[in-house]
Ligand binder design. Sequence first.
Ligand SMILES: NC(=O)c1ccc[n+]([C@@H]2O[C@H](COP(=O)([O-])OP(=O)(O)OC[C@H]3O[C@@H](n4cnc5c(N)ncnc54)[C@H](O)[C@@H]3O)[C@@H](O)[C@H]2O)c1
Length: 736
Amino acid sequence: MTAPAFRIENVSAQAGFKLLEITFDLPGEKVNKFSAAVIAEFESVVAELEKRGQAAEVDAVIFRSGKPGNFIAGADINMIAATQTAEEAYTLSRKGHKLLDRWEDLPFPTIVAINGTAMGGGCELSLASSAIIMSTDASARIGLPEVNIGVIPGMGGCVRLPRKVGLAGALDLILTGKTLTGDRALKAGLAEANLAKENFDSAARVWVKQNLEKLKSGDRIAREPKLGGMGGLVGSAMEKTPFGRAFILRKARETVMSKTRGQYPAPLEAIQVLSDTGARYAEKIRGQAREEAMDREARGFGKMAATSISKNLIRIFFLTEGVKKSKGVASEIKTTKVTSAAVLGAGVMGGGIAQLYAEKGISTRMKDISAKALTLGMQSAQKIFYRSLQKRKLTPRSYQQKLNLIAPVLDYSGFGSVEIVVEAVLEKMDVKKAVIKELEGEVHDECVIASNTSSLSISEMQSVMKKPERFGGMHFFNPVHRMPLVEVIRGEKSNDETVSRIFQFAKQLGKMPIVVKDRPGFLVNRLLMPYLNEATWLLQDGGDIEEIDETLLDFGMPMGPMELIDEVGVDVGEKVAHILHEGFGDRMQPAPFNSKIVGAGRLGKKNGKGMYQYLDSSGKKKELNPEIYGILGISPSRGKISREEMVDRCILPMINEAARCLDEKIVESANEVDLGMIMGTGFPPFRGGLLRYADSLGAKTIVEKLKKYQARFGARYEPAPALIRMAEKGETFHRD
Ligand SMILES: NC(=O)c1ccc[n+]([C@@H]2O[C@H](COP(=O)([O-])OP(=O)(O)OC[C@H]3O[C@@H](n4cnc5c(N)ncnc54)[C@H](O)[C@@H]3O)[C@@H](O)[C@H]2O)c1
């Protein structure tokens, strides 16, 4: 028999009133979650409380967690993933409702004392309690992130949250999946108290004692929600009228549609559930009305859980969890947290990398050969920290402390004690080799050295080193503070320890690493370039720039390929396209239009003109560059190329190249391709990743289509041998 997850203690003597404390501490797990077994155990806890309540033995119950930094992580996602049909998921949700309704109906106040993350089901248990007390600890956060896995809150969150924080406030939380700290939750009317993290447990008891009468009478203690989300545009007054509520719901729908282009059904379903169940938001909901509202929520939950979109998002969740547990190599290697690191080069990437180190509290040295570059590097780091300061994610003191962690230097002073150095100097092999050789003489023997190169050979760089085994690639994406992926490149001579230390360091920096082989373009650029290149070929074949972008946005890409070319820099893209052409031959033949655009000095966003022209300094406002078609000597028109062809011609070459990458073992598994493309390029998560999407098409269809395009366009569409094999055998990239 396993140890119980819940402990009930009578702490009346210490508290000075009849108080029970329930501690949730799931044995053998880092976090508390609601699995089927836990729910069954919690049912007996509630039954026990019901019994004691009848005997009037209890004034109040405090529910707390025994896990440091975690209150409840939510429902066990395996349980949701295991549901096969909408009906099964509906039943699961109704079971959760029945249990939390009983908790809510206990004849004495129940108070949650949150001293860690309270997500999903953890937030919903809190909402069904009489009061929520949160600690000031940074780890204490509350939220409903269900939309991130393609479902809606299914344990009463959609019904209870708006009654507490208002309709707009609830929509803001449910539709974004964001979490609130204690002070934010207090302001939003979600938490009743935000108590100092020191002596939190005893302070919670004192608070309950002081507020016992109010708690017993059911009077509202939390502040009335004044301003909801949605930019604070909508206030509680507006929510009181049916017209106002309809307006808020309509605005929410419009926002979701413009953000997701309708590709994610869960936020829309959540809005519908809130609309259907919220006749009188301000009132507590009990009895038959509660029953009906919960039933409606469960139907919505069931419908969403059964979608392939939810299954795909859950799969990605598990893939990222897998990376969190991985060390990047098969052998058992122990690494310690890095406390001191350096970066060479203070340019676009070096400045970003230094900022990231400092953000994570690492003592940082940033070296460049140019004082001007150092100043610019510091400025770009400062800008990012300043945004956090403005958003109140940093206090003025921590803002300054973080900036102070970066030491801009023109020489190698202090390099003798750093644990890892990433070079991010010019993308030129001879410069890199000279820099790495020099650097090796300045650092201690155990220091790991990595290159942020996006296209040069790691193994060739190793040729100039005394200890090449300590060297590998650490390829960040631009902008460093936003892009989650890091490719960890194993050079021919890199040893396991180096690969693992770079991998773990990437995780320490909050990034998602994947280990890739040292071949041109590594994984992500090798797959992304054919996509961008084919988009340019489409333009050459008469495609309209804006229509190409709209089509791929509709497919789910976060940015159209034409805009992405501008973002990367038309010249940078051209350079990489030629490197890949050299590396892989005719299937990577660059579209000649690229050099024409570069030749005309239209380099993209960085100089204000490329495919588009950028109308403000932030680059957000843009319109089609009116000169572009003239430069290229073409007059394209909408509809000339079908949208199906546009999607095929951009996406199929990526799949084709990915099949080759797997054959060459650039990465070990189709899962890594999926994760890499989602994290590195924003490939639509709802499609489950590039190769999950490929599986949904089937290898046979892909090969047939590629052959059709090969007949028209030649080698660029020649099906990969692996795909032909899969088509013949009826195989898929993923086995599950
Ligand atoms: N820009 C991107 O989008 C991107 C993305 C991923 C990887 N990368 C890679 O990152 C590296 C840097 O790219 P970037 O865009 O930041 O370039 P950048 O031109 O903005 O910056 C390069 C910096 O290196 C400095 N430098 C030159 N020689 C040096 C030396 N001997 N010692 C120290 N500093 C020296 C230069 O003064 C300059 O400040 C390249 O290898 C590039 O391929 C770039």
